[in-house]
Design a protein around this ligand. Structure first.
Ligand SMILES: CC(C)(COP(=O)(O)OP(=O)(O)OC[C@H]1O[C@@H](n2cnc3c(N)ncnc32)[C@H](O)[C@@H]1OP(=O)(O)O)[C@@H](O)C(=O)NCCC(=O)NCCSC(=O)C[C@H](O)C(=O)O
Ligand SMILES: [Mg+2]
Length: 293
């Protein structure tokens, strides 16, 4: 499946049981919103969260923000009802938690089909179990998948990794998932940063995720949105360089040259393609900010 380019620098979770957060999100500059029925919602608030999410989505008012609903797993008491409740909602995607294998994705799609969901509804998965890490190369080939969201909290708990500043315990899982995403043309979002009072640490984590190849970061609080938007946007210098590369490369091609040097750096076709991607992303971000948010 081909999905059009859109910025996903900031993907903000909000508990479906929190009516104020669902309301507030209509005004926040996040690129994407995850309306959560799963782990941010207590068991006795699951039905209320589902109802509030359905109402909020039907009421609309989220502008061009991408709306993704995270459901409970099919192995829980709520998963099937969640899928039926959202099957026909005007949302941009559904996020399946704790995916270990392809079969679980197919089982959810069967339920969605039975509930009358469009076959175009993009499917996202949470990569947050040890089994998922070992199977991600095959999971990521599923033809309905649009993207992967890292669940670093669940994963750290399961593998008993510590949450350190350098995220050493997460580096292999994060890289494995980036590789699987890129090999299959999927989007990929980094996990959440839990310490809301540590802005410097949050910036470092965003930069690390960006440098590893992530498209953006999942967030838990509105105060994290602007920082993620800034760090995952191409910088002015990157945009200028991309423009120079494209210009120089097109001139080189006309002169039948296969390489050219721009600002002291060798430029080949791959740099031309990467520069095109950077400019396309910068254009999509500009369009995003031109909208009423
Ligand atoms: C962490 C929070 C519980 C803090 O909430 P609160 O005490 O209300 O914070 P503030 O008073 O600072 O909030 C200021 C205003 O912002 C609104 N708000 C807060 N959080 C959100 C949000 N996530 N989305 C939208 N709006 C939000 C408040 O309502 C205040 O508004 P106002 O009334 O105008 O002042 C809370 O932030 C929170 O619940 N965050 C989300 C937690 C969550 O979703 N967790 C689950 C996802 S993480 C996960 O599961 C990862 C993965 O699965 C893994 O395994 O790693
Ligand atoms: Mg989780």
């Amino acid at each position: 499946m081909h999905f059009p380019l859109r910025p996903r620098r900031s993907m903000l979770y909000m508990p479906g049981a929190n009516a104020r957060a669902l309301e507030k999100a209509r005004m926040l500059p996040a690129d994407s919103l995850i309306l959560d029925m799963e782990d941010a919602v207590a068991p006795d608030a699951k039905a209320q969260a589902r109802e509030q999410i359905v109402t909020a989505v039907n009421e609309g008012g989220y502008g061009k923000r991408e709306i993704i609903v995270r459901v409970n797993g099919l192995d829980t008491a709520w998963g099937k009802d969640d899928l039926y409740a959202i099957a026909k909602l005007p949302i941009d995607g559904i996020l399946l938690p704790k995916i270990d294998n392809l079969q679980q994705i197919n089982d959810s799609i069967d339920q969605l089909n039975a509930a009358g969901a469009s076959e175009q509804l993009p499917i996202w998965i949470m990569a947050e179990t040890a089994a998922c890490m070992l199977n991600i190369a095959s999971i990521a080939t599923h033809p309905r998948l649009a993207g992967i969201v890292m669940g670093t909290s669940d994963l750290a708990k399961e593998i008993r990794a510590k949450h350190t500043a350098d995220r050493i315990g997460m580096l292999v899982p994060l890289s494995l998932c980036v590789l699987a995403a890129r090999a299959n043309g999927l989007e990929i979002l980094d996990g959440v940063y839990l310490n809301l009072d540590d802005e410097a640490g949050f910036c470092v984590a965003c930069e690390q995720g960006r440098n590893m190849g992530f498209d953006g970061k999942t967030l838990i609080h509105p105060k994290q949105v602007d920082i993620a938007n800034q760090i995952f946007s191409p910088s002015g210098a990157e945009i200028n360089h991309a423009q120079e590369v494209i210009h120089a490369w097109e001139e080189a091609r006309q002169a039948s040259k296969g390489v050219v040097v721009v600002n002291g750096k060798l430029v080949e076709n791959l740099h031309y393609e990467e520069s095109q991607r950077i400019l396309a992303l910068a254009g999509a971000i500009k369009e995003r900010h031109g909208q009423t948010i």
